[in-house]
Design a binder for this molecule. Structure first.
Ligand SMILES: [Zn+2]
Length: 367
């Protein structure tokens, strides 16, 4: 594989991860002999939603909109369970394509791993508040996170069964937690709506939150380039709806944040969420905890960003799992536990430094 033949935006992200100017990468020539450049083509992009999948998402949203709150989630969860029946295995993170390339290049160029504010890796926790049960239990989750000194990101809906109270948002913010956006409604077809509708709904949602919101996660990961462009237009800095690894559909196969090709908004890929281990794999608290700890340890070992999404309504049912997870995360050595917007701030500083490096020299490296 010749690096100079990679898509320019893939190359730019690679340079950002490595901490060197793009020019230095381009002159490297063959890196991994058996792999073609197109092995990396389009892998940081989101998948195209098929016409059929789009119709199913539209129709499902139309139906659940008219259901009572409790029934909405019963139906949505049941549909997801049926979809997951054939997909029992969690994917290994070893040999993820960008991890492999990043490691090969670091070795070749003798570059140090990313220094995450003095730490070897990052862990971010987030909570998507999908319904009134999630909203109502968010305070307990917040209290528990504070007990372990862990600041997380709460992603709110604004017109779907609960009203985010401004006093609550202020309290979260003033204690270092992050207010993120999950949507106007929990529209699992949001990514394929006309751009005008996306902008209109998300503007109304932002207006309602009336807060400086930097991040977004799409309901049911319904992310598309159209949606990402709209987010950029609305001043959102990052999205976190793509998956790092997946045993079905697309995964970006990197554990670092990156600039989305052609759009420029940041993406912080989601590593795992509680649904996956409990709803889809039917694991017990202990087993689910074991899987998430194992995955986190692997991401820490490669120096990446581990993003774990836990829904408050599931935490309520699995309090033991969640508290044990917090205890374990808080005790990790050399790990930066922070919000996703902290990670973006870090990436922007890093990017800024590398742009200045370009002007100085193409030989020097940076951390
Ligand atoms: Zn959701």
């Amino acid at each position: 594989m010749n690096l100079a033949k990679l898509d320019n935006e893939v190359l730019e992200n690679l340079a950002l991860w490595l901490g060197i100017p793009v020019k230095r990468l381009k002159v490297l020539g063959e890196v991994i002999p058996d792999i073609e450049e197109n092995h990396y083509h389009g892998f940081l992009d989101c998948q195209v939603v098929s016409w059929r999948e789009g119709q199913v998402r539209r129709l499902t949203h139309k139906i659940v909109k008219f259901l009572r709150e409790h029934n909405r989630y019963y139906i949505l969860d049941s549909i997801k369970k049926i979809r997951q029946l054939r997909r029992k295995k969690l994917v290994e993170i070893n040999h993820c394509r960008f991890t492999e390339l990043d490691m090969t290049l670091r070795r070749k160029l003798s570059l140090p791993p990313i220094d995450w504010r003095g730490n070897q890796a990052v862990v971010c926790l987030s909570h998507d508040l999908d319904c009134v049960e999630d909203y109502e239990f968010s305070r307990e989750v917040y209290d528990l996170n504070r007990k372990y000194n862990i600041r997380s990101t709460f992603n709110f809906l604004t017109h779907w069964g609960y009203q985010p109270e401004s006093a609550w948002l202020k309290e979260l913010d003033s204690n270092g937690f992050e207010i993120g956006l999950h949507g106007y409604t929990h529209d699992i077809a949001i990514g394929i709506r006309p751009a005008q509708r996306i902008i209109k709904e998300l503007s109304l949602a932002l207006e309602k939150l009336n807060f400086s919101v930097k991040g977004y996660r799409a309901p049911a990961f319904a992310v598309t380039p159209r949606l990402l462009k709209s987010l950029k237009e609305l001043g959102i800095k990052y999205d976190s709806s793509m998956k790092t690894v997946s045993c079905y559909g697309q995964a970006v196969e990197t554990f670092y944040p990156y600039r989305y090709p052609g759009i420029g908004i940041w993406e912080i890929p989601l590593t795992i969420q509680d649904d996956r281990v409990f709803r889809d794999l039917y694991l017990s608290d202990e087993e689910g905890l074991g899987v998430i700890k194992e995955l986190t340890q692997r991401v820490v070992n490669i120096g990446g960003v581990m993003v774990i999404n836990n829904h408050p309504r599931l935490i309520k049912e699995r309090f033991y799992y969640y508290e044990e997870l917090l205890k374990w995360i808080a005790a990790l050595d050399n790990v930066w536990i922070c919000t996703m917007s902290d990670v973006i701030e870090f990436m922007e500083e890093r990017e800024h430094r590398i742009i200045h490096l370009k002007e100085d020299s193409c030989i020097k490296t940076t951390r």
